[in-house]
Write a protein that binds this ligand. Structure first.
Ligand SMILES: *[C@@H]1O[C@H](CO)[C@@H](O)[C@H](O)[C@H]1NC(C)=O
Length: 447
């Protein structure tokens, strides 16, 4: 261990593994350690099922009806990949896709007045949807056409909307849209968790809806992808990338001290030895004195033997419960996957409910989502604190990632990665720099 590294990374969560991969590809000498014996940290998929029971301190072991424990890979953090999003782009240019197999999530649904409806996001789907009345449909269709044609470099496409000045509220008013349509446009298409976006310039919202539509257009069914064997495959894929470029990996390493001299990190002590480094990347759990609590997320893993009602028996789906519909400030999400993704025993389904905690009784907050899933065979409830770094790390050269939030995709995780990259290097992250070979996510990248 008595070696000098450019970068030491602590924790093998997805954020850390992607940064480790990026730094290795850029020619940095990287040492990556984790106190756990498995990859993924908070973004791990737990296998076998017995380990999930242990992790949640459930009495006894899984009943026989749960099948073989090894057939389970249960995610701790529920998320999907946007087909046209930043993570897929990163997977493609680095060719990490060759270690992974993806499936398209079968449907995206939105909750309205106690029932769930398929999210319409194309003109044809919108016209066939029972979510809206006939006049509302026409107005919504006009909004979708406007957004599809909107080009921020071409004022002719803007119909008088100023992308930097007009708010999204103005845009909804322009198309005369009602509250229900506004709810699902903002929350099920633009994927905002709160209503704060309404009074901000509309460009960000327009781009988010474009991301949703472009992702949906890519593979049909839904804009989301999911890797077979669970999300834990993602950090492992990037760890392999880092290793190919010379990165060193060590699991099961207790971290005794982060050695700081004159306010700047110089190394990490593990099992009595100090590995020296110029920069350090880690998740909040390794530096609790350098992070601050930014909120709490409740996640409820539900095991079921049936698909969710009114989803056309989809073996995977997402359900968004917009905050307005249940008198909250934050949306509630449900991500469901199943045996079809090699994450559960034959015939079993895993739905994970998540939302930002708003009260002292978070389990009560997620009841509307739980009601959609009943009967549930086994529940695993967690309420976790979310942390963010107290400073930018420029002085200490200690760069701390943010805890995974309640969003159901990886766009905010990728923003955090790009942000840390910029603070570490002083330059913007450029996807092209990572380019190995372009390919389709379902293409044969291995030749
Ligand atoms: C499911 O569909 C039925 C029939 O259309 C409807 O009455 C019920 O409210 C729906 N339930 C949910 C949870 O969507």
């Amino acid at each position: 261990m008595n070696e000098e590294y450019d970068v030491i990374v602590l924790g093998t969560g997805l954020t850390e593994c992607i940064l480790s991969g990026i730094m290795s590809v850029k020619g940095k000498k990287v040492l990556h350690m984790d106190r756990n014996s498995y990859y993924g940290a908070e973004s791990a998929s737990i296998t076998p099922l017995e380990d999930l029971y242990k992790r949640f301190s459930m009495p006894g072991s899984p009943p026989e009806s749960m099948g073989k424990g090894r057939d389970w890979n249960v995610d701790l953090i529920p998320k999907f990949l946007m087909a046209n999003g930043q993570l897929v782009r990163m997977l493609l240019i680095t060719q990490v896709t060759r270690y992974l197999d993806f499936k398209v999530i079968e449907g995206s649904f939105v909750y309205k007045k106690g029932s769930i409806y398929k999210v319409p996001s194309t003109e044809t789907e919108a016209l066939g949807s029972s979510l809206m009345g006939i006049f509302e449909k026409r107005r919504f269709r006009k909004l979708l056409v406007f957004i599809a044609n909107f080009d921020e470099n071409d004022p002719k496409t803007m119909e008088g909307v100023d992308p930097k000045q007009s708010t999204m509220r103005d845009v909804y008013k322009k198309f005369d849209l009602g509250q229900d349509v506004i709810d699902f446009t903002g929350h099920a298409l633009a994927l905002y968790r709160t209503d704060d976006y309404l009074d901000l310039p509309c460009l960000e919202t327009i781009n988010r809806i474009k991301l949703y539509s472009d992702s949906l257009a890519r593979y049909g069914k839904s804009p989301y992808l999911y890797p077979l064997y669970g999300l834990g495959e993602l950090p492992q894929g990037f760890a392999r990338l880092s290793a190919i470029y010379g990165g060193t990996y060590m699991l099961n390493k207790p971290i005794e001290e982060i050695v700081v001299e004159n306010g700047k990190v110089v190394g990490v002590k593990s099992e009595g030895e100090v590995a020296r480094c110029k920069q350090l990347i880690c998740d909040p759990s390794y530096v609790m004195d350098r992070v601050t609590k930014v909120g709490q997320v409740i996640r409820v893993i539900c095991i079921m033997s049936h698909p969710i009602k009114n989803t056309s028996d989809a073996n995977s789906c997402q359900i968004i419960i917009p905050q307005n519909q249940v008198n909250r400030q934050h949306d509630i999400y449900v991500c469901m996957i199943s045996y079809a993704h090699n994450v559960a025993a034959q015939g079993k389904y895993v739905a994970i409910i998540s939302t930002t905690v708003e009260t002292n009784d978070p389990e009560k907050e997620i009841k509307p989502a739980l009601e959609l899933l009943e009967p549930v065979e086994q529940k695993f409830v967690s309420v976790s604190d979310q942390f963010g770094p107290v400073d930018l790390g420029v002085e200490s050269q200690i760069f701390v990632s943010r805890t995974y939030d309640a969003t159901t995709h990886f766009e905010t995780t990728c923003d955090d990665i790009k942000d840390i990259y910029k603070r570490m290097t002083g330059t913007d992250f450029d996807f092209a720099e990572m380019e190995r070979k372009k390919n389709d996510i379902f293409g044969d990248a291995a030749e």
